[in-house]
Design a protein around this ligand. Structure first.
Ligand SMILES: Cc1ncc(COP(=O)(O)O)c(C=O)c1O
Length: 356
């Protein structure tokens, strides 16, 4: 067997959800499981998290439908709401709460009112999805006049709660809070970063995502310091070890060149498995628990690693991210975020579920 594995840890997901729950205090917790449970598998993530939280959040209706097909009866929030009248009717059948972010969605509801719970999305500074407070106020009045439609709350999303210097979040929170108060409904604002960092955002309904998957929302703070457990470990095996001499280059494009006699390990993982192709030379990984680095460009089915000073034999295990090398370190080396690495793991690595 090739031995390229994605080990998944439902117990760690549940522990991280308990951590979010403890931080949230009296706020209700909706665990975000969109994008296939941040790449952990929708069913696995939802089942591991659901019992620790009050509900689950997805981005799109198909994800809500998939959760119902898996037999999950928990409250569901669809963060982008419905895209057309058919999806609106489907939301009602699925008993899924929907986000309404634009007047055109209120028009659809007005044309064919459905018995759905609605979260009104207000733009407070992200300037992506959501209506300005005045427009949201007007749409709230329209929604409230519709038979069967329940206005459950005001929702907003933070643009910079993960920034070390964050002038945005307090202002965004205040704008959203004021509108929720005026309309007399709960507020839903906090993502993981805000939940951890801003006690005043622990109100209404919080929506943590990335912290549940054992990754830090903050580039400047490690997940272990936040008491988060690793939920996935990506690993592969050494399939060849080759000597190199000074001046020898390695891999496509000859991007890495030996400066001393050494050994290069060939590992059975590549971008065809979801290891990022743009990972540069020096990206950390661990061979038999010993930290070393990528040497040469990532191929579809293989990567090459520097075995200088490393005790290694063919067949040995290489951790791409997990316990020794955090996913956040790899993401930083690649100029991306853990979210993207999680989402990019392809179907090829064998999923192994560890119960602990
Ligand atoms: C609307 C919404 N709420 C909550 C989250 C969770 O954010 P995070 O994973 O940063 O905790 C997301 C994810 O991007 C989101 O889109």
């Amino acid at each position: 067997m090739r031995g390229t594995l994605l080990e998944l840890r439902p117990g760690a997901l549940a522990d991280n959800a308990r951590r979010a729950r403890a931080l949230a205090g009296k706020a209700r917790v909706f665990a975000m499981v969109k994008a296939d449970g941040y790449g952990h598998g929708l069913g696995l993530a939802a089942r591991a998290l659901a019992h620790q939280v009050d509900g689950l959040g997805v981005a799109v209706m198909e994800e809500a439908q998939a959760l119902r097909h898996l037999g999950l009866a928990h409250p569901l929030l669809v963060a982008e709401g419905f895209f057309d009248a058919e999806e609106l009717a489907l939301a009602a059948r699925l008993h899924a709460e929907v986000v309404v972010h634009s007047p055109w969605q209120v028009d659809l509801l007005a044309a064919r009112p459905q018995p759905v719970g609605v979260w009104l999305k207000v733009n407070t500074g992200m300037n992506r999805l959501g209506m300005a407070p005045d427009l949201a106020r007007a749409q709230a009045a329209r929604l409230r006049a519709l038979k069967g439609v329940r206005l459950l709350g005001v929702m907003t999303h933070f643009a910079g709660a993960d920034l070390e210097d964050d002038p945005l979040t307090p202002r965004q929170l205040e704008l959203a809070r004021a509108l929720a108060e005026e309309l007399g409904v709960p507020l839903s604002a906090a993502n993981s970063a805000a939940l951890i960092r801003y006690p005043e955002a622990r109100v209404g309904r919080v929506r943590p995502g990335i912290m549940l998957y054992g990754s830090s929302p903050f580039p400047w703070r490690a997940a272990a310091d936040l008491d988060l457990r690793v939920t996935q470990r990506f690993s592969a095996r050494l399939i060849a070890i080759n000597p190199v001499q000074p001046g020898d280059s390695v891999g496509y494009g000859a991007t890495w060149t030996a400066t001393a006699p050494g050994r290069i390990g060939v590992v059975a993982v590549g971008y065809g498995d979801g290891y990022p192709r743009h990972a540069p030379n020096g990206t950390p990984l661990a061979v038999n628990g010993q930290r070393t680095r990528l040497a040469g460009r990532v191929s579809m089915d293989m990567i090459t690693v520097d075995l200088d000073g490393i005790d290694a034999r063919v067949g040995d295990e290489v951790e791409l991210w997990g316990d020794v090398v955090s996913v956040d370190e790899v993401a930083a080396a690649c100029g991306t975020i853990s979210y993207e690495l999680f989402c990019q793991v392809t179907a090829r690595p064998v999923r192994v579920i560890t119960e602990s």
